[in-house]
Structure formats: structure tokens, C-alpha cells
Design a binder for this molecule. Sequence first.
Ligand code: ATP
Ligand code: MG
Ligand code: MG
Ligand code: MG
Length: 469
Amino acid sequence: MKSAEIREAYLRFFEGKGHTRVSSSSLVPQNDPTLLFTNAGMNQFKDCFLGGEKRAYSRATTSQKCVRAGGKHNDLENVGYTARHHTFFEMLGNFSFGDYFKKDAISYAWEFLTSAQWLSLPKEKLWVTVYQEDNEAYDIWTKQIGIPEERMIRIGDNKGAPYASDNFWTMGDTGPCGPCTEIFYDHGADIWGGVPGSAEEDGDRYIEIWNVVFMQFNRTADGVLHPLPAPSVDTGMGLERISAVMQHVHSNYEIDSFQQLLKAAAKAIGCAHDNNPSLKVVADHIRSCSFLIADGVLPSNEGRGYVLRRIIRRACRHGNKLGATGAFFYKIVSALVAEMSVAYPELLENQAHIERVLKTEEEQFAKTLEQGLRILEQDLANLENNIIPGEVIFKLYDTYGFPVDLTNDIARERSLVLDEDGFQLLMKEQQARAKSASQFTVDYNSLLKVDTLTEFTGYDYLADEGNIV
Ligand code: ATP
Ligand code: MG
Ligand code: MG
Ligand code: MG
């Protein structure tokens, strides 16, 4: 089945179960300052879960555009390293607003995945996790659905670890949340990785395909969980991950909708169309960047615009690594439009705009990228340990426009780490200088810089549980 067919089958299946098909919302959350970008199907229904908004339906189904490149769910630095993470992906979802709950949510998911009429997946390849204390969900899976206990795993909330399973789903630091049950597909013993909850679970053998959340609480800023007016359901299944399963491939990058993108990326860069992770990064990033621009985001030095800028610059650096000499990124947009504009017409409508924005941004960064990389090489040659000093990170950021995660990306490739504290100290000093300089009408700082990164308001905004993001 092609990705587009799987998307359609999913929506039709849930329409058949009384759900209203609702369009994807914008990647830029409406009226939700707590959220950087739309990161899950449930975002547009947040107020329905909280009880503040009533709609004409109590069941909905969507295929939602999502970006996870900052904030609570940040996968930017996974892209290129795992088979399953994208910055942009489509999340298939079904929702109950105080209508059905655990039993129906689980049996719908199971029916769609395994019945011969729908995806017909082999049951023995599916593994299930439930929240530690959720005996109700455990019993539904084992007694009603018939999953053998050997393929059932109980998992608690795992705070912090970027990959590890966490069966208490939260949208962000505040908002609707609750225990969840996740369905994993076993891609086979020849792929490294352990079952969920094991020490090797960050491998890619068992891939989480579907998360079914039992929305029961609203978490407020003080951390307190308040029961929702009515228990609800929110589910999310990554279209690219289920497509990989259905197309008998392991990596998301091998599915139909990525083939033309990878080919176009290789052509634009002038490199081989092979398995190089940098090529995957570029093919991934063209999707998030194009969709974000189509939804009205522009590269800038703060907030959402800065995240977009970081993704574009990361793509440029990976293209450069593959030998790109001039602006190449914008040339891939047409392949994306050809692939996805039937489902998302906004891509075609905004194609010229997207290309223009990307080209301008690329050309601007190209001026400092080569030079910054050269300086970095010199500094790395003189390292006495495996730590890149804060001054180097700061110089690259401030003078050459390298977002911190770009430097971190390079560090990771060479098994080096960043002196984050040192960098933050220099950032604070710079902010203080900028503040005292702002009493003058001319900003002398901006005149001194090659690239006009005068302030870094994005940093606090994006700080993600101690990680540099
Ligand atoms: P993982 O543990 O693999 O990082 P997750 O638990 O963070 O996934 P959820 O927040 O539960 O993911 O999102 C629901 C579903 O969306 C997942 O089961 C998966 O199929 C898909 N998904 C999540 N993150 C990504 C991503 N970065 N790229 C592609 N698909 C994703
Ligand atoms: Mg994740
Ligand atoms: Mg998970
Ligand atoms: Mg999950």
C-alpha cells in the first residue's frame, strides 16, 4: 500500500466507526502560546479535551502535519541517526471527546492493524506496552484482544531520557495528559535493538507505531494533575512508520514518499543517491522547512523563525558535507510539491514563495558556512580533550551564524561534547552588553557582525530539560 492509500484507509476506517474527518490544522498553533509547533494530532482539540469547547461531533479523525524540532518533543537531533524520526511527519489520529474510552480505543486500533479487510498485519509481530499501574488496559489487551503476556510490557513514566519509553503522555509541560498504551512492530532479529523498556530499546528493531492515550488529566503549571471533565481518547500513529511496515522496509526513508525526495536531493547536491545519513537529513528537512514556510513561518532570530532557520542551516551543512557548492536546498521543493501537494495543496500554492525564502536563507548562510567550518577545524585540531569550549561555540554562533545544535551535530559526528555552561555564560554576557548598548540609537553590535544575530531570545524559549536545543 502506498502512503496515500494508508492515510485514506485510516480515515475511512474511523469514519466507519462514527468519526468526523477533520482537516489538519496549521503547524503554527492557534491561540496556544505554550506550544512551539503543532506536535501531535490532539493539539487542535486541546480545548475539547479540557471541556471548554463543544463541537458538533464527539469523535474525530485526522491526518495531522506535525513538526518536532524543539520544545517538549524535540527530534531534530535524532534525524539522520534513527530509522524512525523526522522533523516533519504526518500523524494519523482518532479522538473521543468524552465518548468512548479504553476498551473501544484498543479494539479499534487492533482491528485496523490486524483485520484482513484493513492492514492485515501479522499479530505475532506486534508488542504492546501499558502504563505501569494501568491494570484495566493490561486486562483488555490480554483477556479481550488475546495478546500473550510475553509480548506485553508495563512501563512507568521515564523522565528525561530522549528515546526511552514513557507511558504517561503529555503534550507539553501543561495541558491534557494521561496514561497511554503503545503498539510496537518487531522488524526482526537482524536489526539491533531491545524490547521497549530494556536497556537496548533505543535501537530500531522494535519500532513504536501507534500510541493510544487515555486522556484523563489536565496538568497545570504547578505540576498538579486535575481530572478532565470526561475521560477521552487521543491516538497517534506515524504515517511514515506504518508505511514502512506495510511496504516491508525497515527505515522510514525507504518508503514510497521519500524516494523522489532523496533522488531530488542527490541531484540538487550533485552527489550519489546512496544510504548516506546526510542525504536523509536533507530529504527530511526539506519537508519541515517547506511546510513551515507554507504555514507562514519565516527564518528569523527568535522563536519559531529561529527554529526554522536552524533546520535550514542544518540542511545546508549536511549538503555541504556531501559536496554541494552553491544553493541547492530550494531546488528540492518541486519534488516535494509533486509528492505531497495532492494531500496538502498549500505546498503548490506557496511553491514560489517557499523556494524564494529558502534560496535567500541559503545564500546568506553560505557566506559564513565555509569560513566557520574552517575556523572550527583549526580549533578542533588544538583541542586538549573531547570538549569543545564555550568560546568556540559562541564564536561560531555569533560570528558565523552557526546555531548551537549545528555545532553539536558536528561534535557528535566526532564523539566530542559541548561546554554548554561556558557557552551560556558568554550568551548572558552578550545579552547584558546588548542591553546596555540599546540605550543608544545605533546598535553598534550589529555593525560588527557578519551575520546579524544580535540577540538570542530563542534560547530560553527553547530550553528543553537541560538539553541544548
Ligand atoms: P518515539 O518513542 O519513537 O520517539 P514517541 O513516543 O515520542 O515516539 P508519540 O508522542 O507517542 O511518539 O507520537 C505518536 C506517534 O507518532 C508515534 O507512535 C509514532 O508513530 C509517530 N512519531 C512520533 N515522533 C515521530 C517522529 N519524530 N517522526 C515520525 N513519526 C513520529
Ligand atoms: Mg519521541
Ligand atoms: Mg515512545
Ligand atoms: Mg509514544
